[in-house]
Structure formats: structure tokens, C-alpha cells
Write a new protein. Structure first.
Length: 132
């Protein structure tokens, strides 16, 4: 299977920079698969699962949103958060879930409720990807 150059960056810096066979991401319009020779493309990422396949071995990750671009065969995923399933701190994700649920219960303004729901969605995604 042919490969392409994939770069994954987060606010903390470069997360991955190398060759990949494919990447599957959840965009705001649904899941998209990127393979070698993909046409130029850009999309906003939603909270969801990312599957990076390298050397024909898939690796699952939790993504907290961001964007994906494909330009001249170069694929760049810029994520607000990105964690491989086997690196997710389950206790931390469960604590984040509990905090978000408490904020939702205590919130009185729509803005606060929306922010708490987004945090809850990220925590639930991390737990789902971790298999918990």
C-alpha cells in the first residue's frame, strides 16, 4: 500500500511527522478517509475518533476538533487535542466528565451550558476511544 506524508500538530507542538498509509477523521460533515494521491482538501474536524494507519497497522486516537488539510499530497491535521487510545489517562477523563456534568447541572446561562456540553463531549469521546 502506498503512503503519504502526515503531520499531526497540537497546541503543544508536533505530535506526529512521518509516513502513513491512511488517516480516517471525523469532520463536521462526517467521517472522511484520506489515502495517497488524495485531491487537495480542507475540512473542520469534529470531536471524534481518528485512525492513523502506518505500515498497515491502524492506531486509534481521540481528537478534540481542529482542521485537516491535504495540499499537493501533504496531509496536515491540526488538532485542539489528540491522544492515542493507549495513552489516554482514563482517571483524568472520568474526572473531566464529572466536572462537566456538574457544570451543566449548575449552569444558568446558555453560554455556560454550551461550554460544559463541549467539555463533556470531549471527555466522553476520550473514554469511548479508550474503551471505557
Amino acid at each position: 500500500m502506498s503512503s503519504f506524508h502526515l503531520q499531526i500538530v497540537t497546541p503543544d507542538g508536533s505530535f506526529f511527522d512521518g509516513e502513513a498509509n491512511s488517516v480516517v477523521v471525523r469532520t463536521t460533515g462526517g467521517y472522511v478517509s484520506i489515502y495517497s494521491h488524495h485531491t487537495d482538501y480542507i475540512a473542520a474536524l469534529d470531536i471524534g475518533r481518528v485512525v492513523v494507519t502506518k505500515d498497515d497497522k491502524p492506531r486509534h486516537a481521540a481528537c478534540g476538533g481542529g482542521f485537516l488539510s491535504v495540499e499537493k499530497g501533504e496531509v496536515r491535521l491540526v488538532a485542539t487535542t489528540f491522544e492515542y487510545a493507549d495513552e489516554i489517562d482514563v482517571a483524568r477523563a472520568e474526572a473531566a466528565k464529572a466536572r462537566a456534568e456538574a457544570r451543566i447541572a449548575a449552569a444558568t446561562e446558555e453560554r455556560d451550558i454550551k461550554l460544559a456540553r463541549a467539555k463533556l463531549s470531549r471527555a466522553l469521546n476520550r473514554l469511548h476511544i479508550a474503551g471505557k
